[in-house]
Write a protein that binds this ligand. Structure first.
Ligand SMILES: Nc1nc2c(ncn2[C@@H]2O[C@H](COP(=O)(O)OP(=O)(O)OP(=O)(O)O)[C@@H](O)[C@H]2O)c(=O)[nH]1
Ligand SMILES: [Mg+2]
Length: 430
């Protein structure tokens, strides 16, 4: 299944049907009077978050969604039937943004959630409605009220507890593969990952979801590299794991590049809690580790964790840190984190660059990079993973005040209560 996380669609709810003009005609009844029924209401445009969907790819091929118009009223006071609704099924985590991508109109964060996004127009009254003492044979009717129409953007922002960030080659996918059952593509060239991967970390009774997204480079917010729109998939995260390739000459520059992109992206990203990981420690000498860790700590003003996704060194500690913050955050705010409207760059601006050896090309028609091999977003990646055999995340050895947090209540999203339901067939008159 191909991954697509944004699509522009045109929505229109049904117009109301016109009322009828009719008179009762029966053989032995004179002046039977008006009996034209009301028109039916137009169908609604409904958006529904469906479990098991992970992409908006269906909306690449079909972009116009129109609900049916209400049917005509008829004689003998029969009202027209209601127009059929049109239902858009979207992945959980999908937002509806206005045409300019400036406002979130609707954010669907739970499976089964349904929103009447555009309501169908009401049907018009038939002539029976216009009967008055002075006009007992009105030929007047109402044509029905129009439906609403709107262009909107669908924007998927995956739901993951922790988001992996870093330059290309920082070892993000390696970390995901080491800690979950996901099998992302891993290679020593930049932009190996072209679409987000999710994985579930299991640690004893606890579990949380990590998202691995494509690497960022300097200028991503201007469209360089793959751009920064995949950052949308960590907007709902409770914590970011910022991995830095320890074999790079200037780790502080690496760190700052990513931080600058977070700032430039906006939304709430730069304010999220962050764990900084000096990665690939297995390839470094002890002195190098000390030196680079100290430099990063000075630049960031935060503690830096040392790890190696490849050998597993320090990985458990990092997971434990993530879990602690996630649990804390969930007990304070159990709902899925609302993601603000953040613009995306659908076209490559002038000067956009991708390294020549990336093997990818810009496709004008679809508005995205194509050609890499990792384009498939596999649902199997969402399997549960285990920590290494026999390993469990237990707090004692890592952090003193942890038990309290680990015992905190289990935050579970509650069932959606705000279901704007339509009752199928409300009619006028009768
Ligand atoms: N020595 C060492 N190499 C590592 C480690 N983690 C990753 N690598 C190597 O670094 C290269 C890049 O790893 P990936 O996991 O694909 O990096 P990424 O951050 O996902 O890269 P993009 O998807 O391009 O953004 C691969 O050759 C990995 O084998 C590590 O802990 N130690
Ligand atoms: Mg990767």
């Amino acid at each position: 299944m191909k991954f697509l996380d944004q699509a522009k669609v045109f929505l229109k709810s049904g117009d109301g049907g016109p009322g009828a003009v009719a008179f009762r005609r029966e053989k032995f009844i004179e002046f039977g009077g008006p009996d034209g029924g009301d028109g039916g209401r137009g169908g609604d445009v409904i958006i529904e978050a469906a479990d098991g969907l992970n992409t908006l790819i269906d909306y690449r091929y079909k972009q116009h969604f129109k609900a049916q118009r209400g049917h005509h009223g008829m004689g003998s006071n029969r009202n027209g039937a209601r127009g059929e609704d049109v239902v858009l099924r979207v992945p959980v985590g999908t937002q509806i943004l206005d045409e300019n991508q400036e406002t979130v109109l609707c954010d669907l964060t739970e499976a089964g959630q349904r929103r009447v996004f555009l309501r169908g127009g009401d049907g018009g009254h038939g002539n029976a409605h216009f009967k008055t003492p002075t006009n007992r044979a009105p030929r007047k009717f109402h044509p029905g009220w129009p439906g609403q129409e709107q262009w909107v953007w669908l924007r998927l922002k995956l739901i993951a507890d922790a988001g992996l960030l870093g330059l290309p080659n920082a070892g993000k996918s390696t970390f995901l593969a080491a800690t979950t059952a996901a099998k992302p593509k891993i290679a020593d060239y930049p932009f190996t990952t072209l679409a987000p991967n999710l994985g579930v970390v299991r640690a004893g009774d606890e579990e949380f979801v990590i998202a691995d997204i494509p690497g960022l480079i300097e200028g991503a917010h201007e469209g360089h590299g793959l751009g920064d729109r995949f950052l949308g998939h960590v907007e709902r995260s409770r914590i970011l794991l910022h991995l830095i390739d320890g074999t790079a000459d200037d780790v502080v520059a690496s760190y700052r590049t990513i931080r600058n992109e977070l700032e430039a992206y906006g939304g709430n990203l730069a304010d999220k809690p962050e764990v900084i990981g000096l990665n690939k420690a297995d390839a470094l000498l002890d002195e190098e580790i000390e030196e680079k860790k100290a430099a990063l700590e000075e630049a960031s003003g935060a503690e830096v964790m040392v790890l190696s996704g490849a050998t597993g060194q320090g990985v458990k500690q990092v997971l434990y840190r993530l879990l602690t913050v996630i649990k804390e955050s969930k007990s304070e705010e159990p709902e899925v984190i609302h993601a603000p409207a953040t613009r995306s760059i659908p076209r490559p601006p002038v000067g956009q660059k991708l390294p020549d050896d990336s093997g990818m090309q810009w496709d004008d028609e679809t508005g995205e990079w194509v050609g890499g091999e990792d384009e498939d977003f596999e649902e199997e990646d969402l399997e549960e993973g285990e920590l290494e055999e026999g390993e469990e995340l237990d707090g004692e050895e890592l952090d003193g005040d942890s038990d309290e947090v680990l015992d905190g209540e289990e935050p579970e999203g509650e069932e959606d209560g705000s279901d704007d339901d339509t009752d199928g067939t409300s009619r006028h008159g009768a």
